[in-house]
Design a protein. Structure first.
Length: 70
C-alpha cells in the first residue's frame, strides 16, 4: 500500500470516528424531558404540525452535509 493511500485511509477513518463521537456527545447533551414536562411544553408552544411553514427553516441539508451548504 502506498503512503498516500494509507494517509487517505487513516484520514477517512478518523473522520468517521470523530463524526460518531460528535453524535454521541450531542446525544449526551440533549436534556431528558419527562412526560409531564413534554405536556407543559406542548401546551405552551403547540405542536410542530400547527406551525406555519413560513415560520420554520428546513435545516436538513445543513445537517446532512456537515454545515457545508452554501
Amino acid at each position: 500500500m502506498e503512503t498516500q493511500e494509507l494517509k487517505a485511509l487513516i484520514k477517512e477513518s478518523m473522520r468517521e470516528v470523530l463524526r460518531e463521537e460528535r453524535l454521541l456527545l450531542c446525544k449526551i447533551l440533549i436534556p431528558y424531558v419527562d412526560d409531564v414536562e413534554q405536556i407543559e411544553l406542548d401546551a405552551e408552544f403547540g405542536s410542530p404540525t400547527d406551525y406555519y411553514e413560513a415560520e420554520a427553516i428546513d435545516m436538513t441539508a445543513w445537517v446532512k452535509h456537515v454545515h457545508q451548504v452554501s
